[in-house]
Design a protein around this ligand. Structure first.
Ligand SMILES: [Zn+2]
Length: 341
């Protein structure tokens, strides 16, 4: 009996701790970000993404149940850089839930289709609260500014009027995702200081996997000779990938986001450039294909490779069920399409 009592004395505090020590409820916008957050949070977090697998993040709209999801979360993680045009209305109703922009600290690139003057001209605008800003340093001296702010109703409205000149698709470079990982570990540690060391250790382990992936992708792409390192995509989402691995982004059929209407003059110019450069293939995406890609490809006598993943992971049985698989799969698909036969 004495022994049983002793065991109970040992177990009771553990049971109490267990009961209070619920995992954090983390809401992310994209499901790519959710996968990264799960790797950092481990079993200390329950992560749910707003944008479901296979959906196009640029076109996605929240439902009333998403408003509840966000309001009940312990933490909201967003890409930033103007990516989440829908987030304003959601976070308005959840002012006490901390929101963290995970791209803070990443050098933000302009879209290839926009020149510097154009970007500078459209750079907003006084009157924001400094607290909303996340400092990000643009390499070319552009895009260093407001585009990383947390989504607000104001930003939401601004985005309707003029789509961002800065490219939000930072995750196509795994070294940027390593910065996400640091920011996520910090955010989780701040929300749940008791497990800060766990988050830090998970972050380091996952960053090692990302570094290995980066080397693996570089080796895959080494098969593509310099002259064939040209990317034409359906919408322009591979800017950071191109920057990391030495490719040239010729342009996007649709432009910066999947919501843009292609301009006939720009399409004609793109078709001419595709022929002149001898671009071997045009890449489209699972979540957003376009008949214009086919038209340009036909005219140039090349093919459309239509199975890249851009905004979203595949479902669990698909080839891009995790971020590591997503990047590996996209890189292999690009290498296969562009390397000489
Ligand atoms: Zn996109």
């Amino acid at each position: 009996m004495k022994r049983l009592f002793a065991i109970l004395l040992i177990l009771l505090p553990l049971a109490l701790v267990g009961a209070q020590d619920e995992p954090l409820h983390v809401i992310t916008t994209s499901n790519i970000l959710a996968d990264v957050a799960r790797n950092v949070g481990g079993d200390r977090v329950m992560v749910d993404s707003l944008i479901p697998p296979g959906a196009d993040g640029h076109a996605w709209q929240p439902t009333p149940s998403d408003v509840l999801k966000v309001a009940r979360a312990d933490l909201v993680l967003a890409v930033g850089v103007g990516y989440e045009t829908f987030l304003g209305q959601l976070v308005e109703n959840a002012a006490d839930v901390p929101q963290v922009i995970v791209s803070s600290g990443i050098p933000i690139l302009p879209f290839a289709g926009h020149d510097e003057a154009e970007t500078a001209e459209s750079t907003p605008e006084a009157g924001h609260d400094d607290a909303e800003y996340i400092g990000v340093y643009g390499e070319a001296g552009v895009c260093e500014d407001d585009h990383t702010q947390a989504a607000t109703a104001e930003a939401d409205h601004a985005n309707e009027e003029a789509p961002g000149q800065c490219d939000p698709h930072v995750w196509t470079d795994p070294t940027n995702v390593m910065i996400w990982v640091d920011n996520i570990a910090d955010a989780l540690a701040q929300t749940d200081p008791a497990n800060a060391e766990v988050y830090r250790a998970n972050a380091t382990a996952y960053q090692e996997q990302l570094a290995a992936l980066d080397a693996e992708v570089a080796a895959m792409l080494a098969e593509v000779p310099e002259a064939r390192r040209v990317l034409v995509t359906n919408h322009e989402f591979l800017g950071y990938f191109a920057h990391r691995y030495g490719f040239k982004v010729v342009g996007g059929i649709l432009g910066a986001t999947t919501l843009e209407e292609p301009d006939p003059q720009r399409l004609a110019a793109l078709a001419t450039e595709v022929k002149a450069l001898g671009v071997p293939a045009i890449f489209a995406e699972v979540s957003a294909n376009s008949p214009f890609a086919q038209v340009i490809a036909q005219e140039a006598g090349i093919r459309v490779v239509s199975n890249l993943y851009s905004e979203s992971l595949s479902d669990i049985n698909g080839p891009a069920a995790t971020y590591l698989d997503y990047l590996r799969y996209n890189a292999q698909t690009i290498a296969d399409a562009l390397k000489p036969v």
